[in-house]
Design a protein around this ligand. Structure first.
Ligand code: MG
Length: 383
């Protein structure tokens, strides 16, 4: 009973029965909601499976125990679902957005994406650069080829809106419906706001875990970060004999729990104050899903620590350097000699050809990008 009450749909929740619809009209699903259908389509997409071999911080072959974009997306979905249920939001829409949020990521994490953007801007400026959120939308709107009557997955407006977390004004103007909010400066649905925050909760915590496991950061360093230190000390007080490995796992669990409870409680207060009576009203209220100021500060401190100590670590920097080289050399060689591209990616003239090369590279997994690089540049590699 308590759980049923907790899951009751709030008036500000997105309602699958009142979706703004799909780009191509389709009959309503018989045995699931429109948002459940979106989630299911995302899980069956090719780009979703490729997330298994794309990385966040560590390159895929560095160790089987590190997070990949697939396990990251599952962790984001798990965190977002729990909070969505306690806020009375649509759990399926939240989950669909969380599972799809990284579909447009290039191989090699941010390094790959930044380099692809630089390549486009320098070598094919008329193509309009590379933005990973826009690429995620492009995957679900255009690039997946699975359905007889349309390109992409033909998802609902609400799912597409949630996937497009950021977007330049120039691109927003070209997008129509999902771009409009960047021009109007309104917010996306509460489900989208939540998926976005769950992303941050997930990566901050798993980067602590993976960072320690890799040996690139150590416990002593983390004890200078207040949110880690508080929870770690509490764990050691409760279980004085606990082994380091379990102590870290328990600390991360407790940090995630603290962040989840804080978002839930703080957002409940914001919703009570703003009192939106519909999802559209909620879009006009400014950001409503968020941390309390105290936890915001602690989360930011952790983020800054990871930026400085993990993402800038010299061993990560070496990987980043290699990743940039692979992406740049592939882009340059395909632009110079489109005849080296698989036929599906050849286009007549620019900027269409440059965009197709960007789609090809962005779709690659880490290991595929390295293999393709060897096939083209290593004389003793077969084709
Ligand atoms: Mg993410």
């Amino acid at each position: 009973m308590a759980l049923a009450q907790m899951n009751a749909r709030a008036p500000y929740a997105s309602d699958p029965a009142r979706t703004r619809g799909r780009r191509h009209a389709e009959p309503a699903p018989a045995n699931r909601t429109e948002f459940q259908r979106d989630r299911d389509r995302i899980i069956h997409a090719n780009a979703f499976r490729r997330l298994e071999y794309k990385t966040q911080v560590f390159v895929n072959h560095e160790g089987d125990w590190f997070r990949t974009r697939l396990t990251h997306s599952l962790e984001v979905a798990q965190i977002a679902r729990v909070i969505a249920a306690s806020l009375g939001l649509d759990v399926d829409l939240t989950e669909a957005i969380a599972l799809a949020h990284d579909l447009g990521h290039t191989p090699f994490g941010h390094a790959g994406q930044d380099e692809l953007n630089r390549c486009l801007n320098e070598l094919a400026p008329q193509a309009g650069g590379f933005e990973h959120n826009l690429q995620s939308l492009r995957v679900v709107d255009e690039l997946e080829e699975r359905y007889p009557d349309f390109n992409g997955l033909n998802l609902c407006f609400e799912t597409r809106e949630g996937i497009l977390k950021h977007c330049s004004l120039a691109n927003a103007r070209k997008l129509g419906d999902v771009g409009q909010r960047f021009i109007d400066r309104t917010e996306p649905s509460l489900e989208a706001q939540l998926a976005n925050l769950a992303d941050e909760i997930a990566y901050n915590n798993h980067d602590v875990d993976d960072g320690l496991r890799s040996g690139l950061i150590c416990l002593e360093q983390l004890l200078e970060v207040s949110i880690f230190e508080q929870h770690y000390r509490a764990v050691k007080r409760q279980w004085p004999q606990i082994a380091d490995k379990r102590a870290v796992a328990q600390t991360v669990r407790q940090m995630i729990n603290t962040l989840i409870m804080d978002v839930t409680n703080h957002t409940k207060q914001s919703l009570a104050a703003a009192n939106p009576q519909s999802p559209d009203q909620a879009r006009l209220c400014g950001p409503l899903v968020g941390f309390s100021s105290e936890i915001r500060q602690q989360a930011t401190e952790l983020k800054q620590f990871l930026f400085k100590e993990l993402y800038r670590h010299y061993q990560v920097a070496r990987m980043t350097h290699k990743a940039r080289t692979v992406v740049r050399e592939l882009f340059e060689v395909f632009l110079d000699e489109p005849g080296l591209l698989p036929p599906d990616y050849r286009r007549d003239g620019q900027p269409a050809q440059a965009r197709a090369i960007a789609d090809y590279i962005a779709g690659m997994t880490d290991r595929y990008a390295m293999l393709e690089h060897r096939r083209i540049f290593a004389v003793d590699e077969s084709h």
